[in-house]
Design a protein around this ligand. Structure first.
Ligand SMILES: *Cc1c(COP(=O)(O)O)cnc(C)c1O
Length: 437
């Protein structure tokens, strides 16, 4: 009978739960990222008890009072120290993106993090926040092609210069480039490790030591940023090796299902505040729906990357000994002692993206690619499904022949990103595709 119910029952008030303090430790034990991904930064009590965060589709946020609104803008404009708190407008931030940023930072124990609409918008916002005309960017090479374009062709138009050293450079080689660059103002040291598609690792510790030796305690000491898309956050955590800022294309392993495009930047609070100010100005934040999908992705990040890494180790061990294979460029098979040393000091896993050099040329590579039945023919990497592509004919088609030769981008090269399928099924697929050559 309705009369038996109290008003509280009918409105659900008695079931309402109150906010709980966040749990980061239990009995002195610091919880692991894979545990924290299920709840960190979100309290169901603030969203009607909803276990999962709702997607907050709003362009603006209501102030509790006019004074609170003024207080917020005093924080934004620096009239009041401590910065702005709370949400005000969706070009700046939203609840879904804030939860995502809190969870991204956890993986590398970064002080703070920012989410972006793509890996490239993250990188562009980082650069724009740091450089001015006449500055130099020192970078490792090669970089992701669009990043190279951004530095040389776009920032170059605004009077920004660059100097690079090869990804595998020794301390002496890095010192030489850094010393030359230091005659002017160096805005940023920008690394990518492993380099794409050469898979050469950068010695981040040597870069940090070189930077510190050359710039000392100068207030103009440039920060070190690194694109950690290929190995992070599971197998490579560059903040531990002297980097100040880590950049991600979250489109790849972090998103992990080939169904979204997004980027991330992690670092110290001071660096992130500088980059946030630029993001607030130009609006390169990701949308709430993408942020929500990334929260789902991060819950399985460790599972997915672990499985993909194990699969890649099995597939590469198989391919290495195959008579139709010339060479496998996989981090688990370091090419020399120096690369083995960098790997041992910096990495905890070899990833799942590698270069397969077949015996022959374009005809053999195309026959192999066209015969694949599980692996899909597509650019990109880090998804649940195995992908294969032909850099010389696809991503690097417009690169000059001499640069291609320098980067080992030959016609017999196939790039492969291993997913989370059954390893023996993948080996069966590669076996029949090699047979088809
Ligand atoms: C894909 C990728 C990027 C660019 O990321 P988008 O999300 O496509 O903008 C940058 N760096 C690396 C290493 C990448 O693989």
């Amino acid at each position: 009978m309705p009369g038996d119910k109290t008003e509280a029952d009918l409105t659900g008030v008695e079931r309402r739960i109150s906010p709980k303090p966040p749990v980061e430790k239990i009995a002195g034990r610091k919880l692991k990222p894979s545990t924290l991904m299920m709840g960190h930064g979100y309290d169901p009590a603030l969203s009607e008890g909803s276990l999962k965060p709702p997607i907050f589709l709003t362009s603006t946020f209501v102030f509790p009072s006019a004074a609170a609104g003024k207080r917020h803008f005093e924080g934004v404009t620096g009239k009041r120290p401590g910065g702005a708190e709370g949400l005000v407008y969706s070009r700046f931030n939203g609840p879904n993106q804030e939860i995502l940023e809190d969870r991204l930072a956890i993986w590398e124990e970064a002080e703070d993090a920012l989410a972006f609409s793509s890996g490239m918008s993250a990188i562009a916002t980082l650069f724009l926040s740091m450089v001015k005309p006449g500055d130099t960017i020192v970078h490792s090479g090669p970089l992701y092609a669009a990043t190279e374009t951004l530095i040389a062709r776009v920032l170059g138009r605004f009077g920004v210069q660059w100097l690079d050293f090869p990804a595998g450079a020794t301390r002496e080689e890095i010192d030489a480039v850094m010393t030359k660059a230091a005659t002017g103002r160096v805005a940023l040291i920008y690394l990518e490790s492993p380099a794409n598609p050469t898979n050469v690792l950068v010695d981040v510790e040597a870069v940090a030591a070189s930077r510190d030796a050359i710039f000392g305690t100068s207030p103009d000491k440039p920060p070190i940023a690194i694109d950690n898309t290929f190995l992070g956050p599971l197998w490579h955590q560059p903040l531990r090796h002297g980097a100040d800022i880590v950049v991600y294309s979250l489109t790849k392993y972090a998103g992990g299902h080939s169904d979204l495009v997004a980027g991330g930047v992690l670092g110290t609070k001071a660096q992130i505040d500088t980059i946030r100010a630029m993001r607030n100005t130009i609006g390169t934040i990701c949308d709430p729906n993408t942020a929500w999908m990334l929260l789902r992705s991060l819950e399985t990040l460790e599972l997915r990357m672990s499985r993909a890494g194990e699969n890649a180790a099995r597939v590469c061990a198989y391919l290495r000994d195959h008579p139709k294979v010339e060479r496998v460029g996989y981090l688990g098979f370091p090419r020399d002692d120096r690369q083995a040393d960098i790997y041992a000091r910096h990495c905890t896993g070899a990833g799942s993206t590698f270069s397969l050099y077949l015996k022959g040329g374009e005809a053999e590579a195309f026959a192999f690619l066209d015969a694949l039945r599980i692996a899909k023919l597509a650019v990109s990497l880090g998804g649940t499904e195995t992908l294969a592509s032909h850099p010389a004919g696809m991503t690097h088609l417009s690169v000059s022949d001499e640069r291609k030769a320098a980067l080992d981008i030959t016609d017999n090269l196939v790039r492969i990103s291993i997913g989370v399928e059954d390893a023996d099924d993948l080996i069966a697929d590669f076996t029949q595709a090699l047979d088809a050559i």
